[in-house]
Design a protein around this ligand. Structure first.
Ligand SMILES: Cc1cc2nc3c(=O)[nH]c(=O)nc-3n(C[C@H](O)[C@H](O)[C@H](O)COP(=O)(O)OP(=O)(O)OC[C@H]3O[C@@H](n4cnc5c(N)ncnc54)[C@H](O)[C@@H]3O)c2cc1C
Length: 340
C-alpha cells in the first residue's frame, strides 16, 4: 500500500426520515476544522451518503461544511444493510483512496465501521472523542485519535501509520456541527450503484420505527438528572421539569435500578449532553457520568455529601436532600409564575 496515494477527509452521513443525523453533521464540522488546521495537505471534505436523499438534504451537507457530496444512489439503500453498505463503501475506498474516513459512533456506525475496516484491511479507532493531526510534523496527515479507556479513567491516543484509510468512529455530541452557510460552494456527484448484484444473507422483513414520543435528551436545553440518591422519586424531578420545560435524565446507577430508561442515561455509556442548564440530583459525579455532561453551560448539583465529586464540576452546589430542595424550587417557580 502506497499511503501517499490516499487523500481527503471522508465523512459517512447517516439520516432517517429525510433528516440528516446530527452525529454526522458534527463530523462534517470536525472534518472542516481538521482541513483548515492543515491547509498544506490541500484536502477536501467529502460527505458520503447512500440511498436516495432529497436535494434539500444534499444541499444541507454542502451548507454544513462538505466540499463535495458523493451520493451512492439507489432507492433500496434507504434501508441499512450491513453487507450491502460494506461492499459499496469498500468499492468506494478502493476507487477514491480516502486518507481519513470518519463515522458517527451511532448504532449504525458501530455496526458498519468495524466490518468495513476489516474488509479493506485497515485499522479502526472506535468511540473517539478528540482528533488532531500529528502535532510533531506540520506536513503530516497522520491522525492522532484520542478515546477514553478503562471506564474513562485513562485516555489513549491511537495512530495508524501503515494502513489507509485512517478510520474512526466518533461519539455523538462531542464535536460541534457548523451553522448553515448557504454561501458555501460545493459539488454533488451522484453515482448509480447496483446493490441487487450483491449477495446479502440478511433479509429485512420489517422496520419498526422508534416510539415517536421518546425525546432525545442530547438536544434538551435544560436537563434535570437523577442518580441513586433520589431512589424511586423521579416523579419529583419530572414535576419540576414539566414546570420549566426541561427533560429528565439519569445516571447509570438510576438506569440499572430501573428508575429511568436507558435512553435517558447521561455519561460515557449513555448520551453526551451539552444543555444550557444541567441539574444533577443525588448523583455522586463519577468520571463516567462527568464525561457525558461536564460541557454543559451551567451545572447545578444537589447532593447530601459535601465531598461528592459532582461539586467539583458544578457552578452552584447545594448540600442537602434533593427530595426536599427540588420541591421547594418547583414551588418557588410556580409562585413566581402565578405572581407574574
Ligand atoms: C465502563 C463504565 C461505564 C460507565 N458509564 C456510565 C455512564 O454512562 N453514566 C453514569 O452515570 N455512570 C456510568 N458508570 C457508572 C459510574 O461509575 C457510577 O457508578 C455511577 O455514575 C453512579 O451513579 P450515581 O451517582 O447515581 O450513584 P452513587 O455513586 O451511588 O451516588 C449517589 C449519590 O447520591 C447522594 N445522595 C443520596 N441520597 C441523597 C439525597 N436524598 N439527596 C441528595 N443526594 C443524595 C449520595 O451522597 C451520593 O453522592 C460507568 C461505569 C463504568 C465502569
Amino acid at each position: 500500500m502506497n499511503i501517499k496515494e490516499y487523500k481527503d477527509l471522508y465523512v459517512f452521513i447517516e439520516y432517517q426520515d429525510d433528516r440528516l443525523k446530527d452525529a454526522s453533521l458534527e463530523l462534517l464540522g470536525e472534518a472542516k476544522r481538521l482541513k483548515e488546521d492543515r491547509p498544506c495537505l490541500g484536502y477536501c471534505v467529502i460527505a458520503v451518503i447512500l440511498g436516495a436523499p432529497s436535494n434539500e438534504m444534499l444541499n444541507e451537507l454542502g451548507y454544513r461544511g462538505a466540499d463535495k457530496i458523493i451520493n451512492l444512489h439507489h432507492e433500496s439503500l434507504k434501508t441499512y444493510s450491513t453487507e450491502i453498505y460494506t461492499t459499496l463503501l469498500n468499492e468506494l475506498i478502493h476507487q477514491d483512496k480516502p486518507d481519513i474516513f470518519l463515522f458517527p459512533a451511532t448504532v449504525l456506525g458501530r455496526d458498519l465501521a468495524p466490518r468495513l475496516a476489516a474488509r479493506c484491511d485497515t485499522g479502526l479507532t472506535a468511540d473517539a472523542t478528540k482528533l488532531e493531526f500529528d502535532p510533531e510534523n506540520q506536513l503530516s496527515s497522520l491522525l492522532y485519535v484520542t478515546r477514553p479507556a478503562f471506564g474513562g479513567n485513562l485516555f489513549g491516543t491511537i495512530i495508524n501509520e501503515t494502513k489507509r484509510p485512517q478510520m474512526t468512529t466518533i461519539r455523538p455530541g462531542v464535536m460541534d456541527k457548523l451553522p448553515l452557510d448557504e454561501t458555501n460552494k460545493f459539488v454533488i456527484e451522484k453515482r448509480e450503484v447496483h446493490p441487487e448484484n450483491i449477495m446479502d444473507f440478511v433479509k429485512i422483513l420489517k422496520v419498526l420505527p422508534k416510539d415517536h414520543m421518546a425525546v432525545d435528551i442530547a438536544k434538551a436545553e435544560i436537563i434535570i438528572s437523577g442518580g441513586r440518591g433520589v431512589g424511586n422519586r423521579f416523579d419529583v424531578l419530572q414535576e419540576c421539569a414539566d414546570m420549566i420545560g426541561a427533560e429528565v435524565g439519569g445516571s447509570r446507577a438510576a438506569v440499572d435500578e430501573g428508575r429511568i430508561d436507558k435512553e435517558y442515561q447521561v455519561g460515557q455509556t449513555g448520551k453526551t449532553v451539552k444543555p444550557k442548564v444541567y441539574i444533577a440530583c443525588g448523583i455522586s459525579g463519577a468520571v463516567q457520568h462527568l464525561a457525558g455532561m461536564e460541557k454543559s453551560d451551567y451545572i447545578i448539583a444537589i447532593n447530601k455529601d459535601p465531598d461528592a465529586p459532582i461539586f467539583g464540576a458544578a457552578n452552584i452546589g447545594l448540600v442537602g436532600d434533593a427530595l426536599e430542595i427540588l420541591p421547594l424550587l418547583t414551588q418557588e417557580i410556580r409562585s413566581y409564575r402565578e405572581r407574574s
